[in-house]
Design a binder for this molecule. Structure first.
Ligand code: IMP
Length: 426
């Protein structure tokens, strides 16, 4: 059996959690492969709203296996709180959650380094979620990091102390005050808790599942345009958010990848700094933010909003090998008389339809096509045929521009507000 992948095609916050939750009944295993508590995957059902940060979005379905892969970075403190909140809701987390021993740990000093680094950048800051993501991945590739499996080792504390001393030396270079003693007890207690969970060699287990014919869905975090290589560097996260990241972050061979579900919003949002060609810094952007409730689920920050960007979408589709598209938040566009879609950019005086190397110092001016809007409340729509004609036209327009089918349309935050346009399973 192949591993299907679901990932974001924009700058994150596309609604991955909701769709993974909807698709989970079709899979045996849900696995996260990168990122960490910078993610905030929101799920709504039966009047409950729940935000997951590190745990895969299949956790609410009894009997489904949820795996945190080696490519993820885990903050034990955030993780423990996340598990406790789920347990309070009656979720049997211990039975259904497996954690890779090779996943790296986020230490309190990683968070301090993140904060110190951002503060020192002033106006140039990345707009990080300050969860310690960058510093922990730096230690991973720098071969200094501590992994989940190290927590099982008798000399964990002395390894921890060596790394923390390195971090203290680094922090001394910044004008930054901190009190580590306040943070360490919760960290040590959470590491203790982590040891009580099911820690696995996930690459072996996942490949065993594949050979046994179990179906696996890999759940991406952040978005393709935040990928450390392919996003607008340095305004990116520190992991590989694209399909290739699945192979690295789970230990699965490229030949084992099946469907790639590419998920995007009917418009665009971005949180944090960095280029955003179609950004609307006017009342239309404000309206999108208000109607779409565009505030970060991890940090509460207001998201920047803008029109759909086709060249950026096509870039992400190319990088990921997307086989089908999922369009979210169509309901938020209801009520706009006209809808704009960016088809090209003006770049250094030329019209282009690709993502050039330098989008940080050189500006991309969007070139728009204007489409008819629709004005229908979609909240109660339960069948794709009931959608307004202009929305059908919008869907057809995107399918033509990208050459891919849009197989799922989301018309609201609840699990039930999801329209399947064709059989999505292989
Ligand atoms: P970091 O990964 O927290 O260091 O943040 C780097 C950039 O990625 C910032 O612009 C963040 O706002 C953005 N980012 C990180 N995680 C997410 C996410 O889950 N959704 C949306 N943006 C994110």
């Amino acid at each position: 059996m192949k591993v299907d992948v679901l990932l974001g095609l924009q700058w994150g916050d596309e609604g991955k959690g909701k769709v993974v939750d909807v698709l989970t009944p079709r899979y045996d295993v849900i696995a996260r492969f990168q990122g960490g508590p910078n993610a905030g995957h929101t799920l709504e059902f039966e009047g409950i709203k729940h935000v997951l940060h590190t745990i895969p979005s299949g956790i609410f379905h009894p009997g489904k296996i949820n795996v945190i892969g080696n490519g993820v970075v885990i903050d034990p403190v955030v993780f423990k709180k996340e598990i406790e909140a789920l347990v309070a809701r009656g979720v049997d987390v211990k039975a259904n959650l497996f954690i890779s021993r090779k996943a790296h740990l986020i230490l309190p000093t990683h968070r301090l380094l993140d904060a110190a680094s951002e503060a020192s950048k002033g106006k140039e800051k990345i707009g990080s979620t300050l969860k310690g993501i960058g510093p922990s991945y730096m230690d991973k590739t720098g071969r200094n990091g501590l992994r989940v499996g190290d927590a099982e080792h008798p000399d964990f504390i002395s390894r921890y102390n060596v790394l923390v001393q390195k971090h203290k030396d680094l922090l001394a270079h910044y004008k930054f005050e901190y009190n580590l003693a306040d943070l360490e007890p919760a960290f040590m207690e959470s590491v203790e808790f982590l040891r009580t969970l099911t820690l696995i060699d996930s690459e072996y287990i996942l490949n065993k599942y594949i050979n046994e014919g179990k179906s696996i869905l890999a759940e991406g975090a952040q978005g393709s345009l935040l990928d450390v290589d392919f996003g607008a560097y340095p305004f990116v996260t520190s992991s590989h958010t694209i399909t290739a990241g699945t192979c690295i972050g789970l230990g699965i061979a490229p030949t084992k990848i099946g469907e790639v579900y590419g998920i995007f919003k009917a418009y665009c949002t971005r949180v944090g700094s960095g280029p955003f060609p179609t950004e609307l810094e006017d009342e239309t952007g404000e309206l999108l933010r208000k109607r779409g409730n565009e505030f970060g689920s991890t940090t509460g920050r207001a998201r920047r909003c803008g029109w759909l960007d086709i060249p950026a979408l096509k870039y992400a589709i190319m990088l990921n090998g997307v086989t089908q598209l999922i369009m979210m938040k169509s309901d938020v566009l209801s009520g706009f008389e006209k809808i704009k879609v960016c088809t090209h950019y003006l770049y250094k005086g030329k019209q282009i339809d690709y993502m050039p190397y330098d989008v940080v110092h050189e500006k991309l001016e969007p070139v728009y096509e204007i489409l008819e809007g629709w004005n229908q409340n979609l909240e109660q729509v339960s069948d794709h045929d009931e959608l307004p004609t202009s929305l059908h036209n919008y869907i057809a327009y995107i399918e033509k521009a990208t050459g891919l089918p849009i197989t799922i349309i989301s018309v609201g935050p609840d699990r039930k507000q999801t329209l399947l346009r064709q059989a999505v399973l292989r």
